[in-house]
Ligand binder design. Structure first.
Ligand code: NAD
Length: 305
């Protein structure tokens, strides 16, 4: 059997839209569905077929990809709830389901195990790389599931991403992804704090960034995503913190990380602090800004004129 010839793509938002476009560019036969007709129209203009419902979208498909906001949406889509029939009752037996949403590990496992009972393969495949990576087709996919299903999925995933990792069994993709994002939040907050300390003591943030880049404080945020405005071109901090990865999405991922830590009785004081900082920042009305805007939380109000 050939995989990825007929793909249903459900959830065409900031991430799903450009990901589906990359599948069309790769000449897959893509049927799309989203609750927002505008999002569907954009894809139809690019060559996709539209379906009136998610159930219609998955008829005779080889692969289903979902890119939805949260676990409750993924569970309702596949297993159903009081408002909708789950796809589980209509999916072809030999199809492969790829959920690329960032959701809690427990829901990914619940959906995957339920589908497995019906002989439907499922992998959790959350992504890193943001809207820029989704558009450029350079996402990192972090996959949990059976090795065979992972290998089947690579034919589709490599049209949307550059790095594809098998993290482990069902749910491992989600766990690895939120560990990465917890670390990222800590690095971003720590880098912001250090840069502001340097500024408060009369140093030039560009000079300090160059020093730290060649010293032991070097990290991804300094290399590619400096949070201090005008240190680096073409990053959200130099564009009023517009675009990029929203504070509220980082807050969501930190919530998932803390839930995971609670279940595994892990000690995560740095993650807890990052969650508090991002929550405070969001509550100050910054939820829609890029997550590097956490930098602004560190400027001392008493020094402001
Ligand atoms: P989004 O809100 O832009 O898009 C979600 C889409 O899902 C919307 O178009 C919505 O109408 C649709 N939708 C919701 N419920 C649906 C249903 N039952 N059936 C069909 N469509 C439905 O979100 P996004 O930014 O594209 O993020 C999607 C997922 O990717 C999230 O889990 C997010 O955490 C994750 N993610 C986002 C980014 C990012 O930078 N935006 C980066 C990495 C991971």
């Amino acid at each position: 059997m050939q995989f990825a010839l007929k793909v249903a793509f459900i959830g065409l938002g900031n991430m799903g839209g450009p990901m589906a476009i990359n599948l069309l560019k790769a000449k897959f036969n893509v049927t799309v569905f989203d609750l927002m007709p505008q999002a569907v129209d954009t894809l139809v203009e690019k060559g996709a077929s539209s379906a009136a419902t998610a159930i219609d979208a998955v008829k005779d498909v080889d692969v289903v990809i979902s890119m939805l906001p949260a676990g409750k949406h993924v569970e309702a889509l596949f297993l159903g709830d009081d408002k909708q029939q789950g796809l589980i009752s209509v999916l072809p037996k030999d199809c492969l389901v790829i959920d690329s949403s960032t959701i809690d590990t427990a829901t990914a496992q619940k959906v995957g195990n339920a589908l497995a009972k019906e002989s439907i393969a499922f992998i959790d495949a959350p992504v890193s790389g943001g809207v820029g990576g989704a558009t450029a087709g350079t996402l990192t996919f972090i996959v949990g599931g059976e090795k065979d299903d992972f290998e089947r999925a690579t034919l589709v995933l490599d049209k949307m991403g550059k790095n594809i990792f098998h993290a482990g069994p069902l749910g491992a993709g989600q766990t690895a992804k939120i560990c990465n994002n917890m670390l990222l939040s800590v690095l971003m907050a720590g880098t912001s704090e250090a840069l502001q300390l340097a500024i408060d003591n009369g140093l030039d943030p560009k000079v300090v960034s160059d020093i730290m880049l060649q010293s032991s404080g070097r990290n991804w945020t300094l290399e590619l995503y400096n949070p201090c405005p005008n240190v680096m071109p073409n990053v959200p901090s130099s564009n009023g913190y517009e675009g990029g990865f929203m504070v509220d999405l980082m807050k969501k991922d930190l919530g998932l990380a803390m839930d995971t830590a609670a279940k595994s009785h892990s000690v995560t004081p740095m993650g807890e602090l990052a969650q508090r900082l991002y929550t405070k920042h969001s509550e100050q009305g910054k939820g829609k800004l890029d997550f590097s805007s956490i930098f602004t939380l560190f400027s001392n109000p008493s020094k402001k004129s």
